[in-house]
Design a protein around this ligand. Structure first.
Ligand SMILES: *[C@@H]1O[C@H](CO)[C@@H](O)[C@H](O)[C@H]1NC(C)=O
Ligand SMILES: *[C@@H]1O[C@H](CO)[C@@H](O)[C@H](O)[C@H]1NC(C)=O
Length: 263
């Protein structure tokens, strides 16, 4: 069994903490969602023991430093790339939950040669906030700053399949994320650069999606044409915690079928 190593890189003078299991130039790279952290992937431990795996606390999240900067997708993606470079990962399979999906896509756009595949977990092509005007985003940022409104925003993520322990864990982590990160990470004015029509990545990709985000942006398929979508109709946003065995098996099936993992 691969033992865990807690590591960090310095990125824009701030510490980015990550955990590494195993070794080699190929790795599963787990990227958490908005206001979440690597700790939520605890039920993916069986995957960590089978494949070289890295779980990252994005800047501002989990154990990583939280400088007062704009938490743009590009900023967060470049932190992931810093980890890939430090770990000499030339063939990453990115697994991005929710906001971690657009972060993964940005990693793909910035360093396509290092990305062997992407698994999106109840995610989207653009952050939902991208479709808002600046003033709508500012209003949303103000709502997220209010603890009570923030909790009611999260309420739909609690589903019958999620154990109460896991829900407490999620709420604990999400409410302990620094307020300036919580309000900034999805609503910053620093939006990703636009897509050229011909910006296309022929990378294998899988989207495990619940009804919450099933009605996705069809541009996604234009830019990442090999994207496969699998709907989990009875699950909620934290499906990898709700049914970890099924989730881990779906990851294994995708890796095997597309022969993504070289050791
Ligand atoms: C990455 O490669 C460099 C240069 O070959 C080496 O010094 C370093 O130890 C490697 N890092 C890891 C984590 O394997
Ligand atoms: C994000 O943080 C920066 C730096 O602290 C700040 O200037 C900006 O107003 C913040 N944006 C939002 C939407 O909170």
């Amino acid at each position: 069994m691969a033992s865990i190593r807690h590591k960090s890189v310095l990125y824009h003078s701030s510490k980015v903490i990550y955990d590494s299991y195993g070794s080699g130039g190929s790795a599963l790279v787990f990227i958490h969602g908005w206001s979440c952290s690597a700790a939520l992937y605890y039920a993916q431990t069986p995957l960590f023991h089978r494949h070289h795996s890295i779980t990252i606390d994005l800047p501002g999240h989990g154990r990583s430093d939280a400088p007062k900067i704009e938490y743009s997708l590009e900023f967060m993606a470049r932190a992931v790339i810093e980890v890939l470079n430090t770990e000499n990962i030339s063939s990453a399979i990115l697994i991005g939950h929710s906001m971690g999906g657009p972060v993964s896509t940005m990693v793909l756009r910035l360093k396509p040669q290092a990305v062997r595949g992407v698994i999106y977990v109840d995610s989207f092509f653009h952050l939902p906030e991208t479709y808002m005007t600046v003033s709508q985003r500012q209003e949303l940022a103000a709502a997220h700053a209010d603890d009570e409104k923030f909790r009611s925003f999260l309420a739909p993520f609690a589903t019958p399949k999620l154990s109460s322990g896991d829900w407490e864990r999620i709420i604990d982590i999400m409410t302990s994320t620094a307020l300036h990160v919580r309000t900034n990470a999805t609503t910053t004015v620093v939006q990703p650069h636009a897509w050229r029509y011909k910006e296309i990545y022929e990378v294998p990709a899988l989207h495990l999606v619940t009804p919450m985000f099933e009605d996705f942006d069809r541009h996604w398929l234009h830019h990442i044409p090999r994207l496969e979508t699998v709907v989990w109709p009875d699950n909620g946003h934290f499906l990898f915690m709700e049914e970890p065995q099924r989730f881990n098996a779906a990851v294994e099936e995708f890796l095997d079928r597309l022969e993504l993992f070289r050791t």
